[in-house]
Design a protein around this ligand. Sequence first.
Ligand code: ZN
Ligand code: ZN
Length: 213
Amino acid sequence: MRITIVYDSEVKKPGLRADWGFSCLIEAQDTPKMLFDTGASGSILLHNLKELKFDPSDIGIVVISHPHGDHTGGLQDIMEANKDAELYLPQSFRGGISAKWITKIKEPFEIRHNIFTTGELGGVEQSLVINTDKGLVVIVGCSHPGVGNILDAATRFGKVYGIVGGFHGFHDFDRLDPLSLICPCHCTQYKSAIKRLFQDQCLGCGAGLVLEL
Ligand SMILES: [Zn+2]
Ligand SMILES: [Zn+2]
C-alpha cells in the first residue's frame, strides 16, 4: 500500500511544482489507483502526475474531500482524462461536474475492501480511512470538521496508526500523541510546532513524498 503526495505547497522531488492545494494518489492491492483531491490547478496536477510517472487514465477512483477550490481545481481535467473513473463527492458538493459514476457520500462507507470514507463530517468534508498492514491511516483534505472529530470518526474502523494531509488550525496536539505516523501537509498552520513536538513520528510533507505502508 503506497501513498504518493501529488500536490502540496512544498515539493520533495525536483521537477514537481509546488502550489496551494492538496492531492495524493493511493495504490492499494486489488484496487484501482485512487486519487484523493485534485489540487487547485488542473495543469499543475497533470504536470505533477506526469513527473511522478502516473497516467491519469489509470486512475480508477477519485475522492473529493470537500468542495473548496484548492481541492477541486483539477477535478474536471482528471475526469476528462479518465471518463470511466468513479467519483465520490461529499453530499454537500454543489456545482456541475460531468462524470459517468458519481456517488454522493453522507454516511460512513466502504469504497473498496479496506478503504473507507468517514462520511461527511461537519456538513462539509469526508476523509479516507485505509486499513494498512500497520494499522489505519487517515487521509484528510483540510480537516475543517476538526482533526479530533475526524480521528474519532475513524476509530469506528479500528485503531488509527497515522494521519496524512491538511490539519488547518488544529492545535489540540495531545490528540496526535498516540499516533505512530503524523504527516502534516498543505494548510496545517502549526506545522513547525507539530514537527518539534513529535520528532519521531512526524514526516515532512511535500509533492513527491512516498509513504509505503
Ligand atoms: Zn485546503
Ligand atoms: Zn478547505
